[in-house]
Design a protein around this ligand. Structure first.
Ligand code: H2P
Length: 795
């Protein structure tokens, strides 16, 4: 066997095809070639990865640990090639083998280990941490099945398991030696003044490591995902007794822990398993963090100097009591000291103010799984009450364990994800705790990685930018402001507009191929892609589309600006209202797309199975970005940033990071509509506010009436009784009350789009002024304000 070729990529691919995949080139399939390329690329990451680890040990640097139930990483091959700056080399090698480079990239499964923005943010953060040379680990769960695969049957969402691990995953390294045994249930024993937990059931967590390489390949960190394994996988006695299924029962149960990702807003069912998952990955991570610390240090009081732990939402909140338990029960530190040390390490990011998303557990369920932790939470509450006797805010009370309060009390810093959201945290959910701990809450406005979300997903735009200002923007996105002077140059602006035209043409081809629908490339491509939720108001968007359709039918010759409305997003399987919204969009699309009277002027398409890969396809081709949540409900949004960076204009409310985007791109380059947070709050107090709004706007009334009368569901006219009842009744999310202003803003969009040159100008200004929304900037903020961590590459 020849040595593995180190420099020649083509030879390395051939080597891996032969010796790693065991395939003769004559019989290799696309999968084999993709795996061979992935291994060849991975080799080039590993050296850098190992030196980064050695550098961190040598510098005894502070490490950042990002604990997250979700890492929505998507595909990795292109990301890695791009960050190693090997694109030309890889393409040439693959083409020299007679293969199609893009097709090969597209063969990789999309790792959907997250629901939406929260998980995608975690993935962007991992990439930025590596880019900035900050020693960091991501810790999460290696779900066998990520978020479900969505398809439509008669317009209804169907869910099938996502099976990204059916094929071997080229990027991960299994670490059978890195295992921790975790307990559940059982009893608490107190002997000679010390308390110990004696769990009843045990499960093992086994580590799988994926290296994450930063831009220009200067640093690599680790994403460590835990898989559930049985302590005694196989019961030979039961097997010999002929009970074959029971013999493997332990193994099946343990593996269940890392089997599926729970969709947000899901049903009550599975709560028990969800809490097990949370403890499973948090406890394994905390033990791993302590183990690593203890290889270099004896004095546990140094922990906060060497370790910063970020809890991504409340899902890892049990990490707090677990760390206290390990320090106090297992290492013997006094309780107060253990508590101080834990609090010195932990931080918490809040991603939503929606009450249903703030986790809380019934005391009985909690005690049955984690009895010792419940006791410790009571002691944490007592210590907090003693320090702040004026007001009692506790994590455990009224029969529930509240993870938001627990996370806050256990954290050194608590952060929101956009300025507006952080402000609201202080005045709503965490008002009392903020009064007790002024300064603990800080803001870190979200960001997105420019490598994936501009440079790779939009190669045409990337080339134009680099051609104009050099390639420094990829590692320093605020350099995009250097584009501004060029925007007044008519030739440059025409090139910028051409990028969008070409991207739209590419999307049209893909839609024709995959979905047999011809889109009008001249139309405004109006895109709303995100989880389906009432607060995100996809139903406001479809109502406007229906009203527009009715209006075009009335006045076909009124010089309408053609529009293509594109939707994408999944509804949590137990969230029936959201599923109805999906079906309504599909039903309306069917009727409207078939109408010859409006053909070419209005088209609606709902693309199934929205995921990271689809976002990469859609965002570069979008003209208009729909960010239309009820004010006060969208914590930040990150899609809004991706669209602006790729030269789409936003139609949006004053919510989340929309506020900051508008401030930066300029209010004249943003289509604002809707009530503010205060106005929305006041509006809810108005009796029959929805009925009032409907009575005042005949367009809205007519659109709702069409839905009610079954215009889009003639076979079942009352199919949307639920939606209609909500819109005309409680309408908590104020769809009816914001409709008229939304309609007005949409017509402004029509007018603006008719002036192609000015539209291109506004779009270019959006791109040029959105550089602040890089996740590199966000991570620098976390490093300085929250973690006290530094870069080891001088970034
Ligand atoms: C959530 C919030 C977003 C936020 C994101 C990341 C939970 O994402 O709702 O407003 O930008 O976290 O902080 P999402 O709705 O996309 O699942």
């Amino acid at each position: 066997m020849d040595d593995l070729p180190r420099t020649d990529l083509r030879a390395a691919i051939m080597w891996h095809l032969t010796y790693t995949l065991g395939k003769d080139p004559d019989h290799a399939q696309l999968f084999d070639w993709r795996m061979a390329l992935s291994h060849a690329v991975r080799d080039r990451i590993v050296d850098r990865w190992m030196t980064a680890t050695r550098d961190t040990y040598r510098a005894d640097a502070k490490r950042v640990y990002y604990l997250s139930m979700e890492f929505l990483i998507g595909r990795l091959l292109e990301d890695n090639i791009v960050n190693l700056q090997m694109t030309d080399q890889a393409r040439a090698a693959i083409e020299s083998l007679g293969l199609d480079y893009r097709q090969l990239l597209l063969d990789e499964p999309d790792a959907a280990l997250g629901n939406g923005g929260l998980g995608r943010l975690a993935a962007c953060f991992m990439e930025s941490l590596a880019t900035l040379g900050c020693p960091a680990y991501g810790y999460g769960i290696r779900y066998e099945h990520g978020l479900f695969r969505q398809s439509f049957l008669d317009g209804r969402q169907q869910e099938a398991p996502e099976d990204w691990l059916q094929q071997p995953n080229a990027w991960e390294f299994e670490r059978p030696e890195a295992r921790f045994t975790l307990g559940f249930g059982g009893n608490i024993l107190t002997r000679a003044g010390t308390t110990r937990w004696e769990p009843e059931h045990f499960v093992q967590a086994e580590a799988f490591d994926t290296p994450v390489i930063g831009w220009r390949g200067r640093w690599a960190n680790t994403l460590r995902l835990w898989a559930g394994r049985a302590v005694n996988p196989f019961d030979l006695e039961r097997f010999n007794a002929g009970d074959f299924a029971a013999a493997a029962e332990n193994e099946a149960l343990a593996r269940t822990i890392s089997r599926v990702l729970y969709p947000e807003d899901s049903t009550e069912k599975g709560k028990y398993l969800r809490l097990m998952q949370e403890y499973f990955f948090s406890a394994a991570s905390i033990r791993d963090i302590l183990r690593r610390f203890e290889t270099a240090h004896q004095d546990l009081r140094l922990l906060p100097q060497k370790v910063a732990i970020q809890m991504n939402d409340t899902h890892p909140a049990i990490a707090g009591p677990e760390l206290v338990r390990l320090l106090h029960d297992e290492r013997g530190l006094p309780f107060d000291e253990a508590l101080d040390i834990a609090r010195g390490c932990l931080n918490y990011t809040n991603h939503t103010l929606l009450p249903e998303a703030l986790e809380s557990w019934g005391e009985a369920l909690f005690a049955s799984l984690l009895p010792r932790h419940l006791q410790l939470i009571d002691r944490i509450d007592d210590a907090h009450a003693k320090a702040h006797p004026a007001r009692r805010v506790s994590a455990h009370g009224d029969g529930r364990v509240r993870m938001g309060e627990l996370s806050f009390i256990m954290s050194n810093r608590v952060n929101g994800v956009a300025a507006l959201h952080t402000g609201l945290m202080k005045t709503t959910v965490f008002r009392e705790l903020n009064d007790l701990h002024p300064g603990r809450i800080v803001n870190e406005t979200n960001g997105v990685t420019p490598r994936r979300w501009v440079h790779s997903c939009n190669p045409r735009l990337s080339a134009l930018i680099t051609d104009t200002i050099g390639d420094g923007w990829i590692g320093d996105l605020e350099k995009l402001t250097e584009l501004e002077p060029h925007i007044d140059d008519a030739d440059w602006l025409a090139r910028f507009a051409q990028v969008k035209t070409d991207n739209k043409a590419g999307l049209c081809d893909w839609v024709t191929r995959e979905h047999e629908l011809m889109l009008n490339p001249e139309a405004i491509f109006d895109v709303q892609i995100k989880r389906i939720h009432e607060y995100k108001r996809q139903h406001l968007n479809i109502l406007e589309a229906i009203a527009l359709w009715q209006e075009i039918r009335d006045n076909p010759g009124a010089g309408w600006t053609p529009r293509v409305k594109i939707f994408g997003g999944k509804a949590a399987p137990g969230y029936f209202f959201a599923k109805d919204i999906i079906r309504l969009i599909n039903d309306a699309a069917r009727v409207i797309n078939a109408d010859a009277a409006t053909h070419g002027l209005l088209q609606i398409i709902y693309l199934p199975n929205y995921n990271v890969t689809m976002a990469e396809r859609l965002i570069p081709a979008a003209d208009l970005s729909e960010q239309i949540s009820t004010a006060g409900k969208e914590a930040s949004g990150t899609g809004n940033m991706k669209f602006a960076l790729n030269g789409a204009l936003t139609i949006g409310t004053l919510d989340g990071a929309n506020v900051e985007i508008r401030e930066r791109v300029g209010k004249e380059n943003f289509f604002l509509f809707g009530m503010t947070v205060d106005e929305a709050e006041a509006r809810r107090q108005v009796e029959n506010h929805a009925a009032g709004a409907i009575a005042a706007d005949p367009r809205l009334a007519r659109a709702i009436e069409a839905i009610r009368a079954g215009a889009f569901s003639p076979d079942e006219p009352d199919r949307y009784a639920g939606i209609v009842g909500n819109l005309t009744g409680p309408d908590y999310f104020l769809v009816a009350s914001d409709f008229s202003d939304y309609w007005r803003a949409q017509r402004e969009v029509d007018q603006a789009y008719a002036d192609k040159r000015n539209w291109a100008r506004m779009a270019a200004l959006n791109a040029a002024r959105s550089g602040w929304f890089s996740s590199d900037r966000t991570i620098r903020g976390y490093m300085a304000d929250i973690w006290g961590a530094r870069s080891l590459t001088g970034n």
